[in-house]
Design a protein around this ligand. Structure first.
Ligand SMILES: *Cc1c(COP(=O)(O)O)cnc(C)c1O
Length: 357
């Protein structure tokens, strides 16, 4: 009944573990300011008479709010049911069966999953030996493979948190004028690098952004920013009515009141710097520019279990011969609990020779 492909298909899964501190999914778990809560409540109330209608087919009012927010035109935006959906649209719009997509390893797993879903090949560049960005080597690698049509770059990278400099990204984008470079900026609000200029300047890029990592993962809303031609072609494969009315209305209000979110973003950035500082003494910590901190440790399995036993959930990754723990920053008191536990683990296990990578 089902496609042969699905037999070995692994979709994105997350463990359902009961925990006191949830630090596994890069959500922003800080409480929203009361003012913003009230605005959203009003919006929901006012939406009720409209629930009988289909939503705006291409989210036009939301695109206009985005245009105002970024000082661009509404024709520069496409809105997706999460930026995950836009990743799908990109693969559908750009790749024939023999084509491939490219990404770094590790990077956001949905690039690979989406390629597999649409029977498109993929290839990657391994960054596990140094985690940083060696743009020349990456360009050389892509040059060896004519089949690559789409280059996915998450910056800051998930799960390392490392961001590309605009300069490196420029070199990549300019090296491949006929491939689409996807600048996945899901954590952009936590980093100081602004890539918006790429959407203005180049016709082979699209910037992906999302509401998910700034406190609104539950509304499922992401968007792409690109020149009109890229946007027009992605709309050809977009399902109609993909964003529900409530999500559209909330997203507009969030953009209009973005100032009110800034304090929560600032708190997370400070917490990140604090966590990196405190863990550095005990762990190999990657310099993150996102809302999470990632440590590399050969004992990651044991540490993960230790944290679970203390009702803390983080995300564990095995990449090549390295093991990572990605810790989402949350409320300051929760971050302190995580730091305490991680340091206690190292102290208790120091005699076994547990050490930084
Ligand atoms: C979380 C994440 C996304 C997905 O965002 P949604 O809008 O929730 O679908 C996209 N890219 C990266 C790199 C992410 O970490």
């Amino acid at each position: 009944m089902f496609r042969k492909r699905l037999e070995n298909f692994s979709n994105y899964i997350t463990p359902q573990i009961e925990c006191l501190v949830k630090a596994d999914a890069n959500e922003n778990l800080l409480e929203l300011p009361e003012e913003l809560k009230d605005i959203i409540l009003d919006t929901l109330k006012n939406s009720i008479p409209n629930l009988c209608f289909y939503p705006e087919i291409n989210s036009q009012p939301l695109k206009e709010a985005l245009a105002k927010f970024y000082n661009l035109k509404s024709e520069n935006f496409i809105v997706g049911n999460g930026s995950d959906q836009i990743i799908q649209l990109i693969v559908q719009a750009c790749c024939e069966q023999d084509d491939q997509v490219f990404f770094l390893y590790p990077s956001f797993t949905m690039y690979r999953i989406t390629a597999e879903l649409f029977d498109v090949g993929f290839c990657f560049f391994d960054i596990t030996s140094q985690w940083g960005i060696d743009v020349e080597k990456i360009i050389d690698r892509i040059k060896t493979n004519e089949k690559i049509k789409v280059i996915f770059i998450d910056t800051p990278n998930n799960p390392t948190g490392i961001a590309w400099s605009a300069e490196n990204l420029k070199a990549l984008v300019e090296a491949f004028p006929s491939k689409l470079v996807v600048i996945d900026n899901a954590y952009g609000e936590y980093s100081d690098i602004d890539y918006i200029e790429f959407a203005r300047r180049y016709n082979n890029t699209i910037i992906l952004k999302t509401f998910s990592k700034i406190g609104f993962a539950g509304i499922r809303c992401g968007y792409g920013i690109a020149n009109e031609n890229v946007i027009k072609n992605l709309h050809k494969v977009k399902p109609p009515y993909n964003i529900n009315i409530l999500t559209q209305h909330i997203a507009i209000k969030v953009l209009e009141n973005f100032e009110k979110l800034k304090n929560n973003i600032r708190i997370i950035k400070n917490e990140r710097d604090k966590m990196i500082q405190k863990l550095k003494e005990y762990y190999y910590v990657i310099q993150s520019e996102a809302n999470f901190v990632t440590v590399v440790d050969e004992y990651a399995d044991r540490i993960f279990e230790y944290l679970v036993a203390n009702k803390i959930l983080v995300k564990k990754f095995e990449v090549g011969d390295k093991k990572l723990l990605r810790i989402t920053l949350g409320k300051p008191q929760d971050n302190d609990i995580i730091i305490e536990n991680l340091i206690r683990f190292k102290k208790e296990n120091a005699k076994d020779g547990a050490k930084s990578c």
